[in-house]
Design a protein around this ligand. Structure first.
Ligand code: TAP
Length: 481
């Protein structure tokens, strides 16, 4: 199944027959070969999804009926949780406990949207009050149609769940393309959905390079909606392509999120959250709080503690007991992170710890957790996403100054503030121009709460009831007399 595409309820070889090597980032060994889908395969998958949508075999089921399938998928994921988590580790590199958490969360996401599918039945329509008594009007929700979902490599199964679960709950059919470097667990998801009895064509999973398979999905005229998570550069391309057919688009893109620490914060707690905010998943997190701003009074002491704790992080294979930081996902990502640190040095920033290959590893894409200080405010290091375990730290003096510094970014995905002064923390939280704001913490993510960015970090919101809206149209029905 791993070298096949899942189209119309069947495992098929790609029409043109190509494959892509899957490399374990810890050992650099080829562990599998996945199929490289081409435009012909995408066309077959979209036609299958179109048919499954148009014939009503999925879209016209009640929400309660669809919820049964979603819950069966959640149960199927949980049944194989440890096995899928191990697969995620060898594919992506992340430590097993993180992968295990992701897989459990993906199952939870299917259960959550099963609940929202049932709620659609409970509230099938909304009456609209009109000023003219001769008319009555109501609004009903209907699924958008065929959804094309394109996802990145940092949370392979979880990102699939964030898109597939709400789309299926709404009554849409889906063509999913995982990132070519981490496709294995998306194929497992197809297998689980198949075993759960999901009707043919409702979910199709196509592996292969984005420039071919992804491009064919965004170009396809029969795809009604595109849901994308990835880089701002590809997101921008997707939006431009979608404009031609007025496809619905939701985008979850990059970030360079600030973490503001006021001098009344507990230094130990602040350091723990700063490290969690940047080293979790090797820093390959869109919402990573990678720009840390610390008030002058505690700047030196906090830095000292941060460097000391960062040097203690246990680096290793994701399957080894006690590993806190695994390898980066790919050689390409390793090279990007290394180049970003090199750039920081040429910009005049100081690398206090880390900055290169983790000592003791002659194989694998292991990058040391890195702390950088004094990057110039107008430089790349401070402003561009590094997407690795690299944190940049700067001091600030006043609240007014730090709000300005935090918001001075083309991104606006997340932001965090730490202070014992609740009123100040709330003031700063309100002033952040970002879609996700954390007070006294960084990164906690809940399926129930909206997720998405301001500015160039994206359009639309995933998760919670907002995530379901992405896949629904609103229809007005008005009657005379
Ligand atoms: P991208 O290169 O943008 O890739 C994301 C997905 O798009 C992959 O499946 C990729 O396929 C596909 N793709 C590439 N070119 C395409 C094209 N021309 N048409 C259609 N699809 C195409 O990003 P990445 O390297 O996977 O992830 C890193 C970036 O994603 C970072 O900037 C990060 O911030 C962002 N990200 C954001 C979030 C959220 S929630 N906002 C979450 C994760 C990542 P292939 O990789 O198979 O070529």
């Amino acid at each position: 199944m791993r070298d096949k595409l899942y189209i119309d309820g069947q495992w098929r070889a790609p029409a043109a027959g190509g494959t892509v090597e899957v490399i374990n980032p810890s050992t650099e060994e080829v562990i599998h070969r996945i199929a490289a889908a081409g435009a012909e395969d995408v066309d077959l998958a979209v036609k299958a999804a179109r048919r499954a949508f148009d014939d009503g075999s999925w879209s016209k089921l009640t929400g309660t009926e669809r919820a049964k399938y979603l819950r069966a998928i959640a149960a199927g994921i949980r049944e194989r949780q440890a096995e899928i988590a191990r697969l995620e580790v060898v594919d992506n590199g992340k430590p097993f406990p993180e992968a295990d958490w992701d897989v459990g969360d993906a199952a939870g996401c299917f259960d959550f949207y099963a609940g929202l599918a049932e709620e659609l039945d409970a509230h099938p329509e909304e009456a609209i009050a009109l000023p003219d008594a001769r008319f009555t009007s109501k609004a009903v929700k209907e699924p958008v149609g065929v959804a094309g979902a394109i996802i990145p490599w940092n949370y392979p199964l979880l990102m699939a769940a964030w898109k597939v679960a709400p789309a299926l709950a709404a009554g849409c059919t889906v063509v999913l393309k995982p990132a070519e470097v981490t496709s294995l667990t998306a194929l497992e998801l197809a297998d689980i959905a198949d075993k759960a009895g999901l009707p043919a064509g409702v979910l199709n999973v196509l592996t292969g390079p984005g420039s071919v398979a992804g491009q064919a999905i965004i170009d396809h005229p029969d795809v009604d909606k595109l849901a994308f998570t990835g880089s701002t550069a590809v997101g921008s391309k997707i939006m431009a392509t979608a404009a031609r057919d007025i496809k619905r688009v939701s985008l979850e893109l990059g970030g360079k999120s600030p973490f503001v620490v006021f001098e009344d914060a507990d230094i130990g707690e602040a350091v723990e959250w700063i490290m969690f905010g940047i080293f979790w998943n090797q820093g390959q997190v869109c919402s990573a709080t990678s720009r840390v701003l610390v008030q002058e009074g505690i700047y030196e002491r906090l830095l000292e503690r941060l460097v000391e704790e960062t040097r203690k992080i246990r680096i290793g294979d994701g399957l080894a007991e006690g590993t806190l930081l695994g390898p980066l996902v790919s050689k390409k990502q390793y090279d990007c992170v290394q180049a970003a640190v090199q750039k920081a040095r040429t910009e005049g920033a100081k690398v206090l710890t880390g900055g290169g290959r983790a000592p003791g590893f002659d194989k694998g894409y292991y990058f040391e957790p890195t702390v950088i200080v004094d990057p110039p405010l107008d430089g790349e290091t401070w402003n561009e996403e590094i997407f690795g375990p690299v944190v940049c730290v700067r001091p600030f003096s006043t609240e007014e100054e730090v709000v300005r510094l935090a918001n001075h970014s083309r991104f606006g995905l997340a932001a965090a503030v730490m202070s014992k002064d609740n009123a100040r923390a709330e003031r700063v939280a309100a002033a952040f121009r970002a879609g996700i704001v954390w007070i006294n913490c960084s990164q906690p993510t809940f399926t129930e709460a909206p997720w998405g960015g301001y500015k160039q970090s994206g359009i639309g919101r995933e998760l919670g009831r907002w995530g379901l809206e992405n896949y629904l149209e609103t229809k007005q029905i008005t009657r005379f007399a």
